[in-house]
Write a protein that binds this ligand. Structure first.
Ligand SMILES: [Zn+2]
Length: 383
């Protein structure tokens, strides 16, 4: 009877399904799940004039709400998760930045408890196995070549909750590390890399399946030396992450990626740091000082872009209103594709019966009006 008490029919919205958009659609929520049919007396929530889309899935996110996933306490991490949740991200993988190996292993154990509690969907290690040539906002003195034994140490410390490791696969030990990750069902992501086209293709053949923020922290696309970008875009086994904040990428680069890879192989991420959903000021990204001004995060020393202050509702709205992408394609990039990457498509990523009732309500201008996670309103559209 408890599930019955929380049943509701969300009616009247434009509902975006994998098969297309349904005008004046109905989504039935019963308990924590989407149901196939409703009893006659189930209460109706009127969402006419709104869009109803699946909850957003962010596979690359370092923090928010003033909190860092690399260094925050449990309460702070949860505050960061809650901040992104209020912006539509119902599934979030916490990313760490480069640190000492012992620190990262310890951190993995700490974050794994939050994964087991269901607050996080997994852990993403960005660094230390990345290229000093493309270090971005990672501490150079702590970078190291990928070593399968050390990768293994992080996976063990994460106790099965590691979902992705970003590697510069051209470094010594890179290809062996990709193989190890693939064997363990962990995503090997190519990023912060100085690889050639050929070296990138070799890593994909070894099992790498994701491009960490395509275009950023890798050699530019050249017509004689196409580099990693061409290799990652052309291979059907790869999904490319894009940071759609209007800072990391030109609109034309985003369009190029969608046209080359197709909407089924793009994943919108935030790569957010502490200032997301919080405000300008001084922050720490791991050991490095960051200044956030007008929502743009840069290292105090060196001026490199240091993550974003993006939330996925803003990425969604920008994709539709500025980039002019079809809503269905945006939903694939922001919910369905990352859900599939996480191996969670049976549970999340679309509004289909049997899946978790994770959904986002947007008004006709694509502003966020409601967020439901596992059947409970995080942001109530009628409040
Ligand atoms: Zn990142």
């Amino acid at each position: 009877m408890a599930a019955r008490a929380t049943a509701t029919v969300l009616a009247g919205a434009r509902v975006v399904l994998p098969t297309g958009t349904v005008e004046n659609g109905r989504v039935i929520v019963e308990g924590t799940r989407i149901a196939g049919a409703a009893a006659a007396d189930t209460p109706v929530t009127d969402l006419s004039g709104h869009w109803l889309v699946p909850g957003f899935v962010d596979i690359h996110n370092h923090g928010g709400g003033g909190a860092s996933f690399t260094s925050g306490t449990a309460d702070e991490v949860l505050k960061g998760v809650e901040t992104h949740r209020r912006h539509g991200t119902t599934t979030l993988v916490a990313s760490t930045v480069t640190g000492e190996m012992d620190f990262l292993a310890h951190r993995a154990g700490f974050l794994s408890e939050l994964v087991e509690q269901g607050d996080l969907a997994g852990i993403h290690f960005e660094g230390p196995f990345i290229s000093p040539c493309r270090k971005g906002a990672h501490s150079e003195s702590l970078l190291r070549d990928p070593d399968p034994a050390e990768v293994r140490k992080l996976l063990d410390a994460a106790r099965g909750t590691a979902k992705m490791v970003t590697l510069a696969t051209e470094l010594p030990g890179g290809i062996d590390s990709v193989r190890l990750l693939a064997e363990h069902g962990v995503i090997a992501a190519i990023g912060h890399t100085d690889a050639t086209y050929e070296q990138t293709a070799e890593a994909i053949d070894a099992g790498a399946t994701v491009a960490t923020h395509l275009f950023n922290a890798m050699p530019a696309l050249g017509h004689r030396a196409p580099g990693p970008i061409a290799a990652l875009l052309e291979d059907e086994r790869v999904t490319v992450e894009l940071i759609n904040d209007g800072v990391h990428l030109h609109r034309a680069a985003l369009e190029l990626a969608f046209n080359a890879a197709g909407a089924g192989r793009v994943a919108f991420i935030t790569d957010a740091m502490d200032a997301a959903g919080f405000g300008d000021g001084r922050y720490q990204l791991g050991p490095l000082a960051v200044e956030v001004k007008d929502g743009v995060a840069r290292l105090v020393e060196g001026d490199s872009i240091a993550g974003s202050t993006l939330t996925l509702d803003t990425a969604f709205r920008r994709a539709v209103t500025v980039d002019r992408l079809p809503v269905g394609d945006v939903v694939r990039a922001i919910s369905a594709n990352p859900a599939k990457l996480l191996g969670a498509w049976d549970r999340i990523g679309s509004l289909e019966p049997g899946k978790d009732a994770d959904l986002v309500v947007l008004d006709e201008d694509f502003r966020l009006k409601g967020v439901m996670r596992q059947g409970s309103w995080v942001v109530d559209p009628q409040a």
